[in-house]
Design a binder for this molecule. Structure first.
Ligand code: SAM
Length: 223
């Protein structure tokens, strides 16, 4: 708490909701991912690093680290300066200006320069996802599917309803439930190559009796 208070005084970062931090801590302590990706550096970076510290204190073989992506140079400089010394050995803050991302019938934005590490957990809290065409979504969780080898990626989304909408459309609502009281969602989703043409089959769609189309292709993959 004192670290978060001190950080707030040095940076007027938007911060992350408590519920998001709580969900992230729970998942990281449970799944103990070695590579943690944070999309959007800030006070949350310390919380992720504190999880790594705790896991390492409990098990010296655990060598987790946080890769924290920041898309805006000014915020990257502020965040790099403000991260307390005690967390630095567990965190790498990387500048990755946002870039477009296309996948199937969605368009979004990702951080450029994400190092190719085997991420098992993602905190999705950036980059900006609106532009001249309107609202898109934050897509880092899909970008890393190009190189992550884990069958399942765990994560949490802060706010960003459009990102949760994409997760729900592809994997079903139970994959990432979102409530207005929380404005956050946690997820555990299988890695899939959505660009693989072999994934386009006549059985992709379901028509409900009332005429609603549901993209059902990958719903059964989420338990
Ligand atoms: C929701 S913020 C990320 C917050 C971060 N996870 C934290 O806990 O502090 C998303 C992005 O907005 C930008 N940003 C940070 N602080 C900001 C501020 N005070 N005003 C506007 N943009 C900000 C940064 O580029 C950041 O990555």
């Amino acid at each position: 708490m004192s670290d978060l208070d001190a950080y707030k005084k040095k940076s007027n970062t938007t911060g992350t909701q408590w519920i998001t931090l709580w969900m992230s801590v729970k998942r990281i302590l449970k799944y103990q991912p070695v590579a943690i990706l944070e999309s959007g550096t800030g006070s949350s970076t310390m919380v992720l690093a504190a999880c790594v510290k705790k896991l390492k204190a409990e098990n010296s073989d655990y060598n987790g680290r946080v890769t924290s992506m920041e898309s805006v140079a000014a915020w990257h400089a502020i965040a790099s300066e403000n991260l307390p010394e005690k967390y630095r050995e567990h965190v790498e803050i990387i500048l990755g200006p946002r870039e477009k991302f296309e996948m199937g019938f969605f368009r979004g934005y990702v951080h450029s320069n994400i190092p190719k590490r085997n991420y098992g957990f993602v905190l999705l809290d950036a980059p900006a996802f609106d532009d001249d065409h309107g609202l898109s979504f934050c897509a880092d969780v899909f970008k890393i599917m190009d190189f992550v080898t884990h069958p399942t990626i765990h994560g949490v989304v802060d706010g960003r309803a459009s990102s949760v909408f994409v997760l729900q459309t592809l994997y079903g609502p139970s994959a990432a439930r979102y409530y207005h009281s929380l404005f956050a969602a946690s997820f555990s989703i299988p890695k899939i190559d959505f660009r693989d043409p072999k994934n386009n089959t006549p059985k992709d769609w379901l028509c409900t009796p009332l005429g609603r189309l549901v993209y059902r292709k990958f719903r059964s993959l989420h338990g």
